[in-house]
Design a protein around this ligand. Structure first.
Ligand code: PMP
Length: 286
């Protein structure tokens, strides 16, 4: 089943207008939730970010947060698998093509679940990355449907045989991955770009921050340069689908020893424990 404008429907009942502003302008926002053993992981944090994205681009939806939250639970309940992801997007809706917002339009909601296995190879063995110029706009905190710079960077990585592209601004500030946040470790301290308009505030990064505090691993939010990145002892990317994956090469150069490092391993282990602990304490409907 799909979630379509607040209702659970079959795929053939979804009709998207060619006048949808998401189609013309990428005028919309989205969220990706992780489903572990039938539970939506960090659901409230994803809802917070979703509402923030909606407010930032001034899309109003006719459902309360409680109603939306219930709809997501209902969608998840129709999903037969234990592990997967829930994709949810809102566009500004249907209107004749014109840049300025239409006088009245109704937001269009689409949600669905898909099976997703943990990317065990990346998590265990690490990933290769390339660096790319960060050519995105200056409101990267909005989880907007406009993802062309991200898809172009990811494609460049794929063509180079790498898994992720690390984005670097022309002033030499390393920001994040094309679809992930980036953290480095130097002399036992974790560094990551501060939240703000230059990056997406990752939910997984937040979980890692919490874990680092519990494990008393120093965690510093400050920007760093390409040179600092290349000289890091360890690096990792985080995202809802990748969890925390070690970065073992950047532009063909090994990071540290070129194998997943000890701090990354501790964080990964604790991340899995958090997932299991949260699930163990969660009621079936949460
Ligand atoms: N940055 C970007 C650009 C992303 O697309 C993602 C994936 N949504 C992330 C960071 C990681 O965010 P999260 O941990 O919430 O999935």
């Amino acid at each position: 089943m799909l979630l379509w404008n607040g209702k659970l429907v079959n795929e053939e009942d979804v009709r998207v207008s060619y006048h949808d502003r998401g189609y013309y302008f990428g005028d919309g926002i989205y969220e990706v939730f992780r489903i572990y053993q039938g539970h939506l992981f960090e659901k409230e944090a994803h809802l917070d970010r979703l509402y923030n994205s909606l407010a930032e681009i001034k899309i109003r939806i006719p459902w309360s947060r409680e109603e939306l939250s219930d709809q997501l639970d209902q969608l998840r309940d129709t999903f037969g698998e234990q592990d997967g992801m829930l994709y949810l997007q809102f566009t500004r809706g249907e209107a004749k093509r014109a840049h300025a917002f239409p006088a009245s339009s109704t937001a269009v909601m689409l949600g669905y679940c898909e099976p997703l296995a943990r990317p065990v190879d990346a998590i265990e063995n690490g990933i290769a990355t390339i660096t790319c110029e960060d050519v995105r706009w200056l409101r990267c905190n909005i989880k907007s449907l406009n993802l062309l710079p991200n898809t172009l960077a990811k494609q460049e990585a794929a063509e180079a045989g790498a898994t992720e592209a690390i984005l670097i601004r022309t002033d030499n500030t390393v920001t994040e991955g094309s679809s992930s946040n980036l953290l480095i470790v130097k002399n036992g301290t974790i560094y990551t770009h501060p939240d703000g308009p230059l990056i997406l505030s990752g939910i997984t990064k937040k979980v890692i921050e919490r874990i680092a505090s519990e494990l008393q691993i120093p965690y510093v939010q400050r920007s760093f340069t390409r040179e600092e990145l290349m000289a890091a002892d360890e690096a990792m990317i985080t995202s809802t689908t990748m969890e925390a994956a070690p970065v073992i090469t950047i532009d063909g150069q090994p990071v540290g020893t070129g194998t997943p490092g000890p701090v990354t391993r501790r964080l990964q282990e604790a991340y899995l424990q958090q997932v299991h602990a949260l699930l163990a304490g969660a009621s079936p409907a949460s």
